[in-house]
Design a protein around this ligand. Structure first.
Ligand code: ATR
Length: 286
């Protein structure tokens, strides 16, 4: 068990497809698996990993639960309070958050720029925290976080206001209650809630309407199944460009693999296209 992902549940994870495609591409004999782990069993798993593992990913709900068992975590992961990638370095377990750069790479791949952008984020959970940090780190000009529970949006703006990143000294940060949502005046709009995910919930949206959205605003939804959420369909009706969460998922994976193996997967567009193709084929087969 050298490489794997832990979660509860974990059955839905497509990380094995991502990493096994990378290993095959680089002719590596490694295999990547899914391991279902409950919170109380994380400690035992980590001890076993110390003996024989090389690297692992963490998915919901353990991205924060894993932190006490590690020897060190990156400053970004500490601020975001979430680790999704662990690597063994000189016998020590180090934690990273590759969702942060995964989001930035997705935005750049979509032909958008976070630098100087006005970014609105719907939701203030774990995913929103990493995305807000990413926007902040990459020089967004204004970040507004909307959430039903405003205190969670404020937690994120407070976290960013103490983050010490050079390019972002001029970023304006706002936390607002979701009922005050207004789709206007932004370049990048992100749905970082899970509203619209899962069977029977496809017709749900976290907000009532996208009225007032500017023509050039690009909507990013973190959901990738369904591949087009109702919110994305609404944006298309207004003529706006949309992206689902598949690319963010792929990018966080290739960055994690580079931390472990250093193949250069995150820069390999041919490989990234191959991973995307395999994930889309898998979906058609389901
Ligand atoms: P994750 O770690 O995947 O981001 P999470 O921490 O449970 O998941 O956060 C889910 C986010 O979706 C939260 O911002 C939540 O809002 P609250 O903090 O107010 O609960 C938001 N959310 C969940 N269901 C929602 C709904 N029906 N409408 C609007 N926001 C919703």
């Amino acid at each position: 068990m050298n490489y794997f992902v832990i979660g509860d549940p974990v059955e839905h994870s497509v990380s094995p497809q991502i990493h096994n495609t990378i290993f095959e591409y680089y002719d590596s004999p490694e295999k990547y698996e899914k391991v279902h782990v409950k919170k109380d069993d994380i400690k035992v798993l980590v001890e076993k990993f110390r003996q024989e593992g090389r690297g692992f990913n963490i998915t919901v709900p353990h991205k924060s639960n894993i932190i006490p068992y590690l020897d060190g975590i990156s400053e970004e992961a500490r601020l975001v309070n979430a680790v999704n990638t662990v690597v063994k370095k000189s016998g020590l377990l180090m934690g990273y958050n590759t969702d942060i750069e995964g989001f930035a790479m997705q935005v750049s791949h979509a032909g958008c720029r976070l630098q100087g952008a006005r970014v609105k984020i719907i939701g203030a959970g774990g995913a929103a925290r990493a995305i807000a940090y990413s926007a902040f780190k990459h020089g967004a000009r204004i970040i507004t976080i909307y959430n039903r529970t405003i205190s969670k949006a404020e937690d994120i703006t407070n976290m960013l206001s103490v983050a010490n990143i050079e390019e972002t000294t001029n970023c304006q940060l706002y936390a607002k209650v979701l009922s005050d949502f207004d789709a206007g005046f932004c370049d990048i709009l992100v749905n970082a809630t899970s509203v619209g995910l899962g069977k029977g919930h496809e017709e749900e949206m976290p907000i009532e309407s996208l009225e007032g959205i500017l023509p050039h605003t690009v909507l990013f939804d973190i959901i990738y199944e369904p591949s087009q959420t109702r919110l994305m369909r609404e944006a298309v009706k207004y003529g706006n460009r949309t992206c689902n969460g598949l690319d963010m998922l792929i990018y966080q994976g290739v960055i994690a693999n580079d931390i472990w193996c250093g193949f250069g997967a995150a820069k390999n567009q041919e490989l990234i296209a191959e991973i995307r193709r395999k994930l889309l084929v898998r979906k058609v087969l389901l």
